[in-house]
Design a protein around this ligand. Structure first.
Ligand code: 13P
Length: 228
């Protein structure tokens, strides 16, 4: 029944939407969130709605072709759903996708500057360097093509002239990665105002990347390749 199927996940999407809106990551209808269900179908935020107004019954249940299985009223899947589906298609380990326009990260995306300095231990551990993917018109296959090569190594990326994308094994993990990314962007900007980052050395980076398994961190990490 609409509104009751996967209620806990619907509520979790709403909680994340609220956080994104309150944090100023999503002006007007910006941003979208999706989660993969055990049967291979998906829940997605509806298109064209402020993330502050998303409630569980407005979440749209779709199949892997973005065809609606359950939806209430006029609610349609996010216009960015192709980008989300591409993430799930490329990697079996991805269970949730979060897209937002956090101002600091989006500033880097608009400037075409990657967040690739290994200067904060938490960021090195959790997401590593964050690339800027090539520009693509939102909602089109261009965005899918732009992000696909980066999914091999990255769980967080900047979408050129657009915003940010984070993936994870579940909703909370994907959301945390977006938080980590925005925090990294904020600290990076301050670091540059103070004259530039002092990066960690290779041995310390390796040690941190090795610690990922001890902390139970999932997903991809570009740490080794960047410096090899
Ligand atoms: P939707 O409202 O279709 O999800 O699109 C929002 C958005 O972020 C566009 O970039």
């Amino acid at each position: 029944m609409i509104g009751l199927v996967y209620m806990e996940l619907r509520q979790q999407i709403c909680d994340i939407c609220q956080k994104m809106w309150q944090l100023g990551w999503a002006a007007a209808n910006d941003g979208n969130v999706s989660v993969k269900l055990p049967d291979g179908t998906f829940l997605t935020t509806p298109t064209g709605m402020s993330k502050s107004f998303v409630t569980p019954e407005k979440i749209v249940h779709i199949d892997s072709n973005a065809e609606i299985i359950d939806g209430f009223g006029e609610y349609r899947p996010s216009s960015e759903i192709k980008m989300h589906l591409k993430c799930y298609e490329e990697r079996d380990d991805i269970g949730a996708v979060v897209h937002a326009h956090p101002p600091f990260a989006t500033g880097y995306a608009a400037a075409g500057k990657p967040l690739d300095e290994y200067c904060m231990i938490e960021t090195v551990l959790e997401i590593g360097s964050v690339p800027v993917t090539p520009y693509g018109t939102p909602s089109t296959d261009e965005v899918c093509e732009a992000i696909a090569p980066y999914l091999d190594e990255h769980d967080a990326m900047l979408l050129k002239n657009h915003g940010a994308l984070a993936v994870g094994v579940d909703l909370v993990t994907a959301y945390y990665r977006m938080e980590t990314l925005e925090h990294f962007a904020k600290v990076s900007l301050i670091t540059h105002l103070l004259g530039g980052a002092e990066e960690l050395n290779r041995a310390d980076i390796d040690r941190l990347v090795d610690m990922r398994s001890r902390y139970g961190l999932t997903g991809k990490h570009p740490g080794y390749k960047k410096y090899s």
